[in-house]
Design a protein around this ligand. Structure first.
Ligand SMILES: [Fe+2]
Length: 277
């Protein structure tokens, strides 16, 4: 708000939220209000050609350099909502047909697990249901086709952007693209602040599979860029793809902490990511 210098009575603040310009709809922890998050600055439309997509108006090289220097960018409207709703529902059905693995399984196969507590690797709190397709080509045909509509073009894009030659099959160093669908359930899905090594991934991709205001209400990915909190919560719609430099700090704020937690519900924030290691 503007500074007050006049002789008129000093304007009275209605509440603390006026000071921070933070919406009353927000359920961020109070301390986070001080950070007054920035929004993602670099956003691009998506162009599709011959089954591949790219960012409109910028080359892969310039986009890569932008992500390396600025930390975060976003492509809007990469996939239509109905394709992603199908991915969400098919993944949950696959979870019903396959027993849930213990937390921290880290096996070289297709499995799903509920990770809740303190991550032994990252030493951060986390709470989510992850579906890990580390042997993608061994999935049953119909389900693999449903996932491949999304992960196929994502892999092409990730390789074009980073210069990597990742595939779904292990290479000589046992590296491969490892499709993951992650469900941060309403009722407290979250992931504390953490980082990753830059190599070999270089750029992390986060595709939104659910819609704020419909599938969940609050929560989303934040990034630490130059000491500032850059929030994707306002802008990461279903079908939008976030690109981030893989070694910058990032975290997922609580998803709908006032709701009842149900790891099996479709409700919550769903994302698709494509780790490469
Ligand atoms: Fe991460």
């Amino acid at each position: 708000m503007a500074a007050w210098f006049g002789k008129e009575p000093r304007p009275r603040l209605k509440n603390v939220f006026e000071l921070s310009s933070v919406s009353l709809r927000s359920t961020r922890p109070f301390l986070a209000l001080k950070s007054n998050p920035l929004r993602i600055q670099h956003r691009f439309k998506t162009e599709w050609k011959d089954g591949s997509f790219s960012a409109s108006g910028i080359s892969f090289k310039d986009l890569f350099d932008l992500v390396m220097s600025e930390g975060v960018a976003e492509l809007n409207g990469v996939f239509p909502a109905d394709v992603l709703t199908d991915v969400r529902q098919a993944t949950r059905a696959w979870g019903h047909a396959n027993p849930v693995a213990p937390p921290q399984t880290y096996e070289d196969r297709n499995y799903h697990a509920i990770e809740s507590g303190i991550s032994p690797r990252q030493k951060t709190p986390h709470n989510y249901h992850s579906y890990n397709f580390y042997r993608f080509n061994q999935l049953e045909d119909a389900f693999r086709s449903s996932l491949k509509r999304v992960f196929g073009p994502m892999l092409q894009f990730q390789n074009a952007l980073t210069g990597n030659e990742a595939g779904f099959e292990p290479d000589a160093q046992n590296r491969r693209a490892r499709p993951q669908v992650i469900h941060y359930p309403s009722g407290g899905g979250m992931f504390g602040k953490h980082t990753h090594p830059l190599e070999p991934q270089r750029v992390g991709l986060i595709l939104g599979l659910s819609k704020r205001g419909k599938d969940f209400e609050t929560g989303g990915t934040h990034f630490g860029v130059g000491g500032r909190d850059v929030s994707s919560e306002e802008d990461h719609d279903i079908g939008d793809l976030i690109l981030f430099r893989f070694d910058i700090p990032h975290w997922i704020n609580w998803v709908d902490p006032v709701e009842t937690l149900d790891y099996d519900s479709l409700r919550g924030r769903w994302t698709a990511v494509l780790p490469y290691y």
